[in-house]
Design a protein around this ligand. Structure first.
Ligand code: CU
Length: 512
């Protein structure tokens, strides 16, 4: 315990500090030195390092996600079949819910590739309405982006589409429909896509992918109406009443004290923000949307807005036999988002009855993030707006960008090779998670750890600047609020990245 405490303290203090029991040479070889010193000198301390032991047997079985069969024998090609279909699943025991699934599981299969792999997805729509698959965060060719009306036709019931692209970047991504998105994602259509970097240090630990979501069900396990709450539902964004981790209600994870785990966490909810807290523990955040950040950071809470991801190391520090809950904490995202809302238990973490081990040190410097050169960048301002419109005597919430809902918008324009700085302004009473398709951006804020992102929170009454290089891949790309109720209410826009010599934007259908 003391060693673990000492280790964390040392890291947090940047390598200066002293254990109450032992003192060790500091620096990158710290843990090995610590381990060596303890084997010979510290009573009752761990005598094994995290690298010497396995995770407890079956540690993550309750969180397992389906793995799709790879139909291509080439080790650098992952070819899979995905079918969207309604499947009865028991979210509430004994009360089957007609969940909208990929291949019958919630979440859909965990797609795992390595950097450079080609991914081929043979998709079939067995749902009663049109759908598509958007590969959130992936830098892929425009016609593979999965946005009906913009990059492909809607995939009708019984229809098929083959998605094919190269996984160019390591990171934690996910997939979901991009038509009637709030409803379809809320009914269960989402899955994780992990692109591994074989160069990643092994000290990050055994990997666990956690897909966080929620679902709005009545006591009989039936979906509440997808437009429940009417105008206020649109305004607030519809959060489900049942929290899910990998499609399960309050599942259990087994850990061994000191044996670290790498968690890739994805917020796949249609509207809910997640603030995660594990009492008496901190996390070491490695990065988020698009791979490792420039450096790791120790933090007591992880905040994920819809669409966003976190890559972190979790070091269990409870003694054997302890059970503890990872909690969802209400996040301030505007009116009604925190007042009188309790914390909720999400994931039970049980420390097994095994001797503690000494965790390995997590490097602070992770990778160099080259800053986007914004000299000469084109600038523009995107104001996230909320209005009401009266049509035929009924009042409707209409959201937009610069006051214009998606279905009446004109495309922004960029040319391949341009760098842009966008100021995203939010004068509304609600926070909005801003997401750009197809390109990574950097938030221009020296207070943040440099990293590549595709989704960022814009809190109420605030603004931020992002820099993005439209270096390749011309086409029509989306940007929108990732509270999907807001997106469907109009808070979306499209961007034409013009190829060399291209003078007219391609025809698009803005589906409302
Ligand atoms: Cu929003």
């Amino acid at each position: 315990m003391h060693l673990i405490y000492f280790f964390k303290k040392t890291r947090a203090m940047g390598g200066t500090g002293h254990s109450r029991r032992c003192s060790f040479p500091l620096g990158t070889s710290f843990a090995l030195a610590a381990l060596g010193a303890c084997v010979s000198g510290c009573d009752g301390s761990p005598t094994l390092g995290a690298g010497d032991v396995e995770q407890p047997e079956g540690w993550s079985d309750a969180l397992a996600m389906a793995v799709p069969e790879d139909l291509d024998p080439d080790p650098d090609v992952l070819e899979i079949e995905l079918e969207a279909r309604i499947t009865d699943l028991e979210i509430i025991p004994g009360k089957p819910t007609p969940v909208w699934t990929y291949n019958g599981t919630l979440p859909g299969p965990l797609i795992r590739a390595k950097v450079g792999d080609k991914i081929v997805v043979r998709f079939r729509n067995a749902l009663p309405e049109p759908t598509s698959i958007h590969w959130h965060g992936m830098r892929l060719p425009n016609d593979m982006d999965g946005v009906p009306g913009l990059t492909q036709d809607p995939i009708e019931p019984g229809g098929e589409f083959v998605y094919e692209f190269v996984a160019r970047d390591a990171g934690t991504f996910w997939y979901h429909p991009h038509i009637n998105s709030a409803a379809q994602v809320g009914w269960g259509l989402y899955g994780a896509l992990v692109v591994e970097d074989p160069q990643d240090p092994e000290v990050f630990g055994d990997e666990l992918v956690l897909v966080l979501s929620d679902m709005a069900l009545d006591e009989e396990g039936q979906f509440l109406p997808e437009d429940s709450g009417g105008e206020f539902g649109d305004l607030f964004g519809r959060e489900g009443n049942i929290l899910l981790v990998n499609g399960k209600v309050r599942p259990r994870l087994e850990v061994r004290q000191g044996k670290q785990q790498r968690w890739r966490v994805i917020n796949a909810a249609r509207a809910r923000y997640y603030t995660l807290r594990l009492p008496e523990h901190t996390f070491v955040k490695l990065g988020g949307d698009n791979g490792l950040a420039e450096r790791s950071v120790e933090t007591s809470r992880i905040v994920l807005v819809p669409g966003e991801r976190a890559d972190l190391v979790f070091t269990p520090s409870d003694p054997p036999g302890t059970s503890r809950w990872m909690q969802w904490i209400p996040t301030e995202r505007g009116f009604g988002s925190v007042f009188n809302r309790p914390r909720e238990n999400m994931l039970e973490i049980v420390t097994v009855d095994e001797d503690p081990v000494l965790p390995a040190p997590i490097p602070v410097e992770l990778r160099e993030i080259e800053r986007i050169d914004v000299a000469g960048a084109k600038t523009l301002t995107l104001d996230l707006t909320i209005d009401t419109e009266s049509t035929a005597g009924t009042r409707e919430v209409v959201m937009g960008i610069n006051g214009i809902p998606y279905w009446r918008s004109q495309p922004l324009e960029a040319r391949v090779g341009e760098t842009h700085v966008w100021t995203i302004v939010n004068h509304t009473a609600f926070a909005h998670p801003f997401h750009l398709h197809g390109y990574f951006f950097q938030v221009l804020d020296d207070a943040r750890v440099p990293e590549w992102k595709d989704t960022v929170d814009v809190p109420a009454e605030s603004s931020l600047e992002i820099a993005v290089r439209f270096d390749e891949r011309p086409g029509m790309w989306m940007y929108h609020c990732h509270i999907l109720d807001h997106a469907d209410s109009g808070m979306m826009g499209h961007l034409w990245v013009a190829a060399d010599g291209e003078t007219h934007p391609p025809h698009v259908e803005l589906i409302h």
